[in-house]
Design a protein around this ligand. Structure first.
Ligand code: B1M
Length: 210
């Protein structure tokens, strides 16, 4: 079994203590950080499929997520080896009712490495918290919202709608993303941009803030 396959297998079964070492070994074998990250994302897709098929349950999903987070910690300095220039301020969070944060954290990390100052509001963020945080940070350039559940797509819609009503809306851009979100849905709810992964989110943020 290759080191990458071994890593994926350990992420799948949530071996948080072994995953950082395996990430390092995969890097030492010459695999690019992005390749190692994508292998772990693939492992989480397998976890999701097994959950959908009732082969595993929420606790197993949770320990797999913990293991992946440990692996991402090893990759962070390599993936986020970005510029130091101040591209502006970005407020990010996962919308109300949604506790998924691995993708949001990756987006935050890549945006930060693109030179932005990131205010991460965490998960389960009520719509008015995004508004309040923009008011407290009038130099905000972008608000970035993540949603991972079809059941929290309405919360994403509500948060964007609330942002769209504000007097400051002309001064900020709103970006959305997450597995169930589509470019069509993003346009329909009045967001300025949709991207489907963390690297393209960072590139889009630079474009929007320019
Ligand atoms: Co959840 N979960 N989960 N879960 N979970 C999914 C999302 C699911 C697809 C699994 C499945 O059934 N196949 C399914 C959703 C189905 C649906 O809505 N259609 C699901 C479900 C049902 C649930 C619960 C409802 C289960 C239950 O309780 N019965 C529950 C809900 C809890 C809640 O949020 N209220 C739940 C709970 C959990 C855990 C807490 C156990 C755990 C999360 C832990 C954590 O995040 N700290 C968890 C996990 C781990 C998953 C899976 C297995 C993995 C998610 C993940 O981290 N992926 C997931 C299945 C899957 O994704 N394949 C699943 C890796 C991550 C890098 O990808 O987050 O997609 P992702 O981020 C990507 C892109 O989406 C994008 O960039 C990232 C890649 O670069 N992106 C953005 C994300 N945000 C972006 C923002 C942007 C731009 C791009 O701009 C602003």
């Amino acid at each position: 079994m290759s080191k990458l396959d071994e890593l994926a297998a350990k992420v799948e079964i949530g071996k948080a203590k072994l995953v950082p070492g395996l990430v390092q070994e995969a890097l030492d074998e010459g695999n690019a950080p992005e390749v190692v990250l994508n292998k772990m994302i693939g492992a989480m897709d397998v976890v999701g499929e097994k959950f959908k098929n009732n082969e595993i349950f929420v606790p197993e999903m949770l320990i797999a997520a913990r293991a992946m987070k440990k692996g991402v910690e090893v990759l962070k300095p390599l993936l986020a080896a970005g510029g130091t220039q101040d591209a502006g301020k970005v407020i990010i969070g996962t919308v109300a009712g949604d506790l998924h944060d691995i993708g949001k954290n990756l987006v935050a990390m890549m945006i930060e490495s693109a030179g932005f100052t990131v205010i991460d509001l965490g998960v389960d963020v009520p719509a008015d918290k995004f508004v309040q945080t923009v008011r407290e940070n009038p130099d905000t350039k972008i608000v970035a919202l993540s949603a991972l559940l079809t059941t929290t797509m309405p919360a994403l819609k509500d948060a964007v709608a609330l942002l769209n009503e504000q007097d400051f809306r002309g001064n900020i851009k709103v970006m959305v993303g997450g597995a169930p979100i589509t470019p069509e849905f993003a346009a329909e709810i009045g967001a300025d941009a949709y991207t489907d992964d963390a690297a393209s989110a960072a590139a889009k943020a630079k474009e929007l803030a320019a």
